[in-house]
Design a protein around this ligand. Structure first.
Ligand code: MG
Ligand code: ZN
Length: 186
């Protein structure tokens, strides 16, 4: 079976929009260099990589699914052409809070779908995000979790780092920690 690192998008893959806002234009989709470093490390450790992102802006009519897709096409192309790394999948939940879908994090639907399609062992996999909803989704799926705190002080994640730079510094140590659960957090 395969093992995978699931990445949240905004704040992890690309620079986060202002609180309560959305990345609305392709020009504003700015890939974080620290993410590229983390992704390289993850690949070198033998993990597949996928992105799972809530984009309620689609159901609200703020950003079209076409524009969201264009961001992800751009992301995949840059990663492949520049770094030779292929993302397994980029899953989007376009639904609203009250739509009752199974994919919107903190539900784990997107992770479960990717896992089913690509023969992924979720217990050997990780979810990395900058909100507790990401951590909840990862934990529900049976993954170990890493929270990028960005100023928050606490998380229920298995590991916490203060920033994407901190994650870049620590990712190999974290992934190589056998078992992982419970220890090594802050
Ligand atoms: Mg985020
Ligand atoms: Zn959904």
């Amino acid at each position: 079976m395969n093992k995978c690192v699931f990445f949240d998008r905004d704040g992890i893959v690309n620079r986060a929009p202002v609180e309560g806002g959305y990345v609305e234009r392709l020009e504003d989709f700015e890939i974080l260099p620290e993410f590229v470093s983390v992704l390289k490390a993850v690949s070198a450790e033998g993990f597949l990589a996928a992105v799972v992102t809530n984009q309620r802006c689609v159901s609200r009519g703020i950003v079209s699914l076409d524009v969201v897709d264009s961001m992800h096409d751009h992301l995949r192309r840059v990663l492949e052409d520049t770094y030779g790394i292929t993302l397994l999948d980029v899953m989007v939940c376009p639904h609203g809070r009250d739509d009752g879908c199974d994919c919107r994090k903190p539900k784990s639907g997107m992770l479960l779908t990717v896992a089913r399609q690509h023969d992924i062992d979720l217990a050997s996999s990780w979810m990395i995000g900058d909100h507790e909803t990401d951590i909840e989704a990862g934990a529900k799926a049976g993954c170990r979790t890493i929270r990028v705190l960005y100023g928050d002080s606490e998380s229920s994640a298995d590991f916490a780092v203060v920033s994407m730079f901190d994650l870049q510094e620590q990712i190999v140590d974290i992934l190589e920690t056998e078992g992982g659960r419970g220890d090594g957090g802050r």
